[in-house]
Design a protein around this ligand. Structure first.
Ligand code: CO
Ligand code: CO
Ligand code: CO
Length: 303
């Protein structure tokens, strides 16, 4: 536990460990069924990021039964179960409480070989960095609340948030990588900082290579920036050199993501193969977005 990681790992035997994680949140989309799907994709993601295989899950429900119709909860749970089924994960229970604000999520248990656990540490100089989903969910969702986002991008972002990181994780394990995490509330740069904190390496991020949802740039320009972005920026300001890019791009690189993609550090000789296999498997937005450098260490230079 000395370093922050995506999930807890507990060794049972020499060749078996369990991976445990919990995640729940307030609705991020209007449609209850889609919210259920996104909550599952988001909760399972930490197990995939650790190189684990999720096996069982339990629902966590906070529901305002006095103000919302029970059919809303039914639809959320149906979305959740369908997504768990797609992932091959069994729902084994859950717990619900009456609460003034609706929240849904899951605790998840999976397995991993103790020697094959993928942590945030482990990135080596020369490694290439691969991101598997576009950025911008925070900005687009802020714009949705202000009724400024287009129908098509709303649909694209919802599909992306509901997409499992399962395939990306399986391909990653096949090819072999040095480090991995998933991109969520701290944004790409916030999670990238976790990768290099207390390490011997730094990162270079090429902003032009980073996949971004359509409309994100324009919406960021007119101020559709969630509050979390500023907290993320301030928290990591000392670790990031952003002289090479504008403020709007930095807002996108620090944009808090919901159910974002995996962020992998892979040796340069395997990077092309990994990217090709990801695309072949349907992870079509995956892109090489930068590299690991020997110095400056514990710093990210954005170009
Ligand atoms: Co995580
Ligand atoms: Co998490
Ligand atoms: Co009980």
């Amino acid at each position: 536990m000395e370093k922050a990681d995506d999930a807890g790992v507990y060794k049972l035997t020499d060749d078996l460990a369990i991976v445990q994680t919990v995640d729940f949140f307030t609705p991020i989309v209007d449609d209850p069924y889609t919210f259920g799907q996104i909550a599952v994709a988001n909760a399972l993601s930490d197990v995939y990021a650790m190189g684990g295989k999720p096996l069982t899950a339990m629902n966590i429900v906070c529901f305002p039964s006095k103000t919302l119709d029970i059919s809303v909860l039914r639809d959320i749970l149906r979305g959740g179960i369908d997504k768990l089924r797609e992932a091959g994960v069994v729902l084994v229970g859950g717990h619900s409480v009456d609460d003034s604000e609706l929240k849904y999520g899951l605790s998840v248990t999976g397995t991993v070989h103790p020697k094959k656990v993928l942590t945030k540490g482990g990135a080596k100089p020369g490694d290439q960095l691969i991101l598997t989903k576009p950025l911008g969910t925070g900005i687009i969702n802020t714009a949705v609340k202000a009724r400024m986002a287009g129908e098509r991008v709303i649909e694209t972002v919802a599909q992306s948030m509901a997409a499992l990181n399962k395939t990306a994780s399986e391909v990653m394990l096949q090819v072999g990588v040095n480090a991995c995490t998933d991109i969520t509330g701290f944004g790409l740069l916030g999670h990238a900082c976790e990768m290099i904190q207390d390490s011997q390496v730094g990162l270079k991020i090429r902003s032009v290579s980073v996949p971004i949802f359509p409309e994100t740039l324009g919406l960021a320009r007119v101020g559709m920036i969630p509050g979390g972005t500023y907290r993320n920026k301030e928290f990591r300001a000392k670790m990031v050199d952003s002289a090479g890019v504008g403020d709007i791009m930095m807002d996108i690189l620090f944009d808090p993501q919901t159910s974002g993609g995996l962020f992998m550090s892979v040796s340069a000789d395997k990077a092309g193969l990994l990217l090709a296999k990801l695309k072949e498997a349907g992870v079509t937005d995956a892109a090489i977005v930068g590299e690991v450098v020997g110095h400056p260490r514990e710093r990210i230079v954005v170009e």
